[in-house]
Ligand binder design. Sequence first.
Ligand code: HSE
Length: 420
Amino acid sequence: MKKLRVGICGWGNVATGLFNTIENNNKFIKSNGNLEIEIVVIGARRDNPKCDPGKIKIERDIFDVIDHDIDVLVELIGGVEVARELILKAIKNKKHIITANKAVLFHHGDEIFKEARSNDIKVLFESSVCAGTPIIKLLTEELSANKVTKIAGMLNGTSNFILSNMEEGADFKPTLELAQKEGYAEPDPTFDIEGMDAAHKIGILSSLAYGTPLPPDDFYIEGISKVEKIDFKYAKDMGFTIKHLAVSKLNNENIELRAHPVLIKEDSYLANLKSVRNGIEIETDLLGTLHIAGSGAGQESTASGVISDLVHLANSNNNTKEINLSSKKKLIDFLSLSFQYYFYIEAEDIPGVMASITSMFAEKKIGIESIVQKEDLKDNMVPIVLITDLFLEKEHDDLLKNILNLDSVFKVRSIRIEID
Ligand code: HSE
């Protein structure tokens, strides 16, 4: 049986979850993974009252973990700059790295992989995207023979949890609080609800599939905080639901990269993944469309991914695919893409209001697929729900502003429709 001497940096939720899982599932790790894990040292700035590490050596300065006789440093401190420094220093000291930290890879991935390559060190990061749901090794190894044409998925468990609950009639705020209580949300939940967390993850997947750089050039990122409960009802009337989707797609040999809420058909695979589940659809030439779904957040799910990296490290010789740093594809300008849109407009119920709204679309030569006046609100206000034909993204912000500038309009918001 293989054996690995491990140093863990960080002693929060994720690290203590890993510690407990290694203890609880040791028999599977040994029999299925052919691996004995010895935790030699833990870098913990402070004790964690929820977990007693027993006799394991504790270092208060996480950088001191590197000085121990370990094969691998498991970085679970989170954050960006200190994590980068720690990882680079450990690589130079010939320690393999396992990290669950998507932010540090998003911002400094190219530098880290380059350093690892020149030191002949492995950096494994299964848990950085969708926690333990296996997507990294799937993309880098199992799909090696395929041309991947699209990766699209719900990569943020907190957002999917909140949207699924809103679909059932819950309000945004208490659902976010529940996600925080359950330990799904990031320390700063704006990263979850404003789309950054999903953006970090799709940035990493895009780099693996297409060699886009880490950090990537700027791309379009929008979170779920503007979606309202009533949008689900109107979306459902038309056979849609609302999800937060992160997409990396091959488009004429360049790459479309984006993360934002979308209306998707309610009978589609992704639409039916509820709660904290993550789900990804991968389009390939050899396998067709592949689906993968699982828990994308939480202590145990993350521990599962980290342990899979440990097993992989112990049992592979040198077969971890190199991250492709040379074939950098260009990102397509988001403003040059076209989408169909859902618009929610709240307007005064007076003669001519529909005509004034539709004239805003006509002015920009944007076709309307359907327009419906919904049941009256109070104070003579009425919601109008509209689906457009495809139009260029660069027209969108102006259009929204022009509609809002109409005297009879009080509120307007829009959500893109993901067609395929
Ligand atoms: N906060 C993340 C999520 C968990 O909600 O998916 C780990 O990335």
